[in-house]
Design a binder for this molecule. Structure first.
Ligand SMILES: Cc1cc2nc3c(=O)[nH]c(=O)nc-3n(C[C@H](O)[C@H](O)[C@H](O)COP(=O)(O)OP(=O)(O)OC[C@H]3O[C@@H](n4cnc5c(N)ncnc54)[C@H](O)[C@@H]3O)c2cc1C
Ligand SMILES: NC(=O)c1ccc[n+]([C@@H]2O[C@H](COP(=O)([O-])OP(=O)(O)OC[C@H]3O[C@@H](n4cnc5c(N)ncnc54)[C@H](OP(=O)(O)O)[C@@H]3O)[C@@H](O)[C@H]2O)c1
Ligand SMILES: Cc1cc2nc3c(=O)[nH]c(=O)nc-3n(C[C@H](O)[C@H](O)[C@H](O)COP(=O)(O)O)c2cc1C
Ligand SMILES: *[C@@H]1O[C@H](CO)[C@@H](O)[C@H](O)[C@H]1NC(C)=O
Ligand SMILES: *[C@@H]1O[C@H](CO)[C@@H](O)[C@H](O)[C@H]1NC(C)=O
Ligand SMILES: *[C@@H]1O[C@H](CO)[C@@H](O)[C@H](O)[C@H]1NC(C)=O
Ligand SMILES: CC(=O)N[C@H]1CO[C@H](CO)[C@@H](O)[C@@H]1O
Length: 688
């Protein structure tokens, strides 16, 4: 189909430039990844040849994961563990990033591979899987003809390219002659069924594997992958919550002569950034949204407008205490973990204390999976509770009603089941291996690298609302956003005791974070303003979705200050909030408008004004359809940011409607145009 844009040459040129940009981006990512690898290699001088590692460690099953935020990793590890314990297989489980696959076709005939792959961006592989993708996409026909694999993808059906990475992997592997064992599984975060999808897929896959590999099944029994050793005293090499080993007193290496940290800063090592300034953005008191400014000067951290900042949280004291109580743990106990073989990675800095692990390294709050209930059966304190666990772990509906709908986290749920009695029989090894490790949270940077080189702003809405289930007391709280609010209140000398639902240790391990600091790193994104300032720009970002657009607009303001005789294309921002009270950065926008001299316009939709109809950003788009259409026709770049749930879909629908009407074409063709805009980078989403 012809694109229908009036300026075909320009379109081709744009596509070409974009292709080059994407290519360069990949090189950057690769460079970034290989610098990470050096780190891993240095600490563990293993081979990268996956077949060699498997042989050297005497393994006979391979599980690999490609994960961005740990979900795929978590499932992969559970799968590996269960395979090992039910079928006595010797399972090797690892991150796809850590291996080369050139020899994968030489795996012994009876060694199967299971892949867990999540999807990011626009149907892309996670950052760590770039090399893997290159390899399988280039594998020639028949070159993987002995490979037998099963595959579970993790995705979210609210995204257009649902499970895009896993689907691509399936196609590439099949094209290279590999054989899919069992069904292709797809977990859907959008429908909230990842866990259920996994359980169904796993059941079928186990049946197929039993048959093909002639396996005997026995009852699942937890067998640790680590030897846990108790230590007597805390010295300089014991982590008490440091985000990475670099920060231990015994490793002074990470500081240069001026006591400034040197990078690179990434998922393996954050920068400890001073929080310079924090303030509340909402005027009403029932919800909170915190503006936070981090100082990254002297750190050699560079960011680009549109990137994400990862913030490394710690758990709230209330949650830590409850967790320790449920499992009857001694927070002062010092322990080390020694992997049983070199394919197993220690999940967090060790040796450490139980208290530090619970506060800093384990994801102890948040929703729980039905699976973990199944695994806990063997440790139930008595027969009654055991039966309840079995019932809940095998009945998805009952689990949904009794656990999920009540917003229980693990400690809440177990206390409820045991009527307050502790679960003293659950071994620490089990908790350490089964509970996911605490992950950094990502925030769209709301400053501009042009106007704020050394400072990074983020805009975060605080997750704190009454439990929707009427028979559970208290608020449901998010880890990181409440930590940020806690810092905001403390830094501005406001009372925190009663105003906070949860409290934190703000000083951090060995006072590493004292004086208001937090571990952070920058994650590159592809969310970028067009390089030509004359290109029109349409931005849609209700709620916190406005964050990167504040950065975009500040970028244009700074740019104009520096240049003379530059004509800026039209920049239009569709923003939405409930009312005036939660109108983010209300005072700043008129100033930007003035400075951009008519090139910038903001259109606001309010959804909860008294005695007024609900108005959303997508309604405002329709109201302005002539202008929006003209801008698209003139090569506008479209940006959508914010809640993935309904908004991005609603905006997409509005834009399809506009093109359908104004071009007098079929809906399908309009949708096809939007798809083309997406692939050429003229329609970009940053949704979560
Ligand atoms: C690329 C990207 C960009 C983002 N940009 C922004 C941004 O600019 N601004 C922003 O505010 N956010 C942004 N987010 C979201 C952000 O990363 C966090 O997910 C969000 O702030 C919540 O983090 P938290 O640690 O406070 O909550 P978490 O502890 O991670 O909790 C997540 C949610 O689960 C709920 N919850 C807690 N316990 C339970 C339970 N037992 N059962 C069920 N639910 C439970 C919490 O209330 C919360 O709503 C972005 C996300 C991504 C991926
Ligand atoms: N658990 C809850 O009760 C709850 C509820 C909402 C959001 N959240 C969480 O809050 C975060 C979002 O907060 P936020 O501050 O960015 O946004 P927000 O303040 O909740 O919403 C911003 C604006 O977007 C509107 N909106 C809601 N649904 C929309 C849709 N389908 N299309 C277009 N606009 C829509 C809202 O209207 P209305 O809200 O008036 O419809 C509001 O005017 C998310 O992380 C989300 O998970 C939680
Ligand atoms: C920024 C972002 C982009 C995403 N893009 C897609 C996508 O294009 N297609 C899809 O199916 N899922 C997408 N997802 C959903 C994730 O793949 C899904 O949540 C998955 O469970 C994450 O697994 P991980 O924690 O192992 O990375 C996206 C999630 C985020 C946060
Ligand atoms: C594989 O293909 C990609 C493009 O898909 C290319 O960039 C890369 O260099 C190729 N790698 C190898 C090893 O051939
Ligand atoms: C997936 O979509 C659901 C709703 O459709 C949303 O609640 C959730 O936050 C999304 N998950 C991710 C990881 O984006
Ligand atoms: C619980 O949430 C409600 C609504 O968001 C809020 O008004 C209340 O202050 C919260 N309670 C605490 C203790 O934070
Ligand atoms: C009980 C507990 O978790 N205590 C720890 C809290 O965190 C600090 C550092 O952040 C540790 O020093 C404590 O041992």
């Amino acid at each position: 189909m012809v694109l229908g844009m009036d300026n075909t040459d320009l379109g081709v040129l744009c596509a070409l430039i974009l292709a080059i940009a994407i290519y360069l981006k990949r090189e950057q990512i690769k460079e970034f990844i290989s610098s990470n690898d050096d780190d891993i290699m240095a600490s563990n001088s293993d081979s990268r040849d996956v077949v060699q590692v498997l042989r050297e460690n005497n393994k006979n099953y391979l599980v690999l994961f490609a994960s961005q935020t740990g979900t795929a990793e978590d499932y992969a590890k559970k799968f590996a563990k269960e395979l090992a314990s039910k079928f006595s297989l010797k399972v090797m489980c690892g991150d796809i990033e850590q291996y080369d696959f050139e020899n994968i076709n030489e795996l012994p005939d009876n060694v199967f591979v299971t892949l867990f792959i999540s999807t990011y961006g626009e149907g892309d592989f996670p950052d760590g899987a770039v090399q893997f993708e290159d390899f399988i996409s280039n594998a020639s026909e028949g070159s993987l003809d002995t490979l037998k694999f099963s595959l579970f993808g993790l995705g979210n059906s609210t995204y257009e390219f649902y499970n895009g990475a896993a689907r691509k992997a399936l196609d590439y592997l099949k094209a290279a002659g590999a054989t899919l064992v069992g069904d292709f599984g797809q977990g859907d975060d959008g429908a909230g069924t990842t866990d259920e999808d996994y359980m169904t897929w796993k059941g079928n896959t186990f049946e197929t594997l039993k048959d093909k590999l002639h396996l005997d099944e026995h009852e699942q029994k937890f067998e640790p992958s680590f030897v846990l050793k108790k230590l007597e005293s805390i010295d300089d090499n014991v982590a008490v919550g440091e985000p990475s080993l670099h920060y231990l007193p015994c490793n002074k290496l990470t500081y240069n002569s001026e006591k400034v940290q040197v990078g690179p800063f990434d998922l393996s090592q954050p920068f400890i950034a001073p929080v310079m300034k924090t303030y509340e953005l909402f005027k009403n008191t029932d919800r909170n949204c915190i503006h936070t400014e981090f100082d990254v000067s002297g750190s050699n951290i560079k960011y680009s407008t549109g990137d994400h900042l990862a913030v490394w949280p710690s758990n709230a004291t209330e949650k830590v205490d409850q967790f320790l109580k449920v499992f009857n743990l001694d927070p002062g106990m010092i322990f080390d973990l020694k992997p049983l073989d070199s394919t197993i990675k220690v999940p967090f800095p060790t040796p450490t204390t139980v208290g530090a692990a619970v506060r800093h390294y384990l994801e102890i709050s948040g929703p729980i999976s039905r699976q973990i209930f199944g695994q806990l059966v063997q440790f139930a304190p008595n027969q009654d509770i055991k039966q309840k666990l079995i019932d809940l772990s095998t009945d998805r509906d009952q689990f949904a009603i009794e656990i999920t709908a009540k917003y229980f986290d693990l400690a809440d749920a177990l206390l409820r089941l045991s009527e307050g009695k502790p679960w003293s029989t659950v071994p620490l090894e089990f908790l350490v291996e089964t509970i996911p490790h605490l992950q950094p949270r990502y925030y769209s940077i709301s400053s501009s690298s042009l106007s704020e080189k050394q400072t990074i702003h983020i805009t975060s809405v605080v997750e704190n609302f009454p439990n929707p289930s009427s028979d559970v007391e208290g608020n449901v709280t998010g880890v990181t956003t409440n930590l940020l609010r806690n810092i905001q209140l403390a830094q501005n000398k406001q009372e925190t005791k009663d105003s906070m639902p949860v409290h934190y240790n703000l000083n951090g391990p060995r006072d590493l974070l004292a004086g208001f600091k937090l571990p952070v790193h920058v994650r590159r994104s592809t969310f970028r303003l067009p390089s030509n300032p004359a290109t029109p720009v349409i931005m849609v970002g209700p709620g916190t979705g406005v964050a990167p657009f504040r950065g975009f607009v500040r970028e244009r303001v700074k740019f104009l200050e520096k240049q003379e005789n530059i004509k800026l294309g039209k920049h239009i921002l569709f923003y939405g909030s409930r009312n005036q009270d939660d109108f983010l950065y209300q005072d700043e926008w008129p100033e930007y408008s003035k400075k951009l001299d008519g090139a910038f316009e903001m259109i606001v939709a309010h959804s909860r004004l008294p005695n007024a109809k609900k108005v959303y950003v997508q309604d405002k788009l329709l109201e302005r359809e002539d202008e929006v259409f003209d801008m698209i026709n003139n090569g506008a770049f479209i940006y959508i940011c914010g809640d993935a749930k309904g908004m991005a879909q609603g905006v997409h629908t509005s834009l399809v409607d506009i093109l359908t009407r104004k071009k007098a074409i079929a809906k399908e063709d309009a949708a096809e145009i939007i798809k083309m805009l997406k692939t050429t980078g003229r329609y970009q989403e940053d949704v979560w």
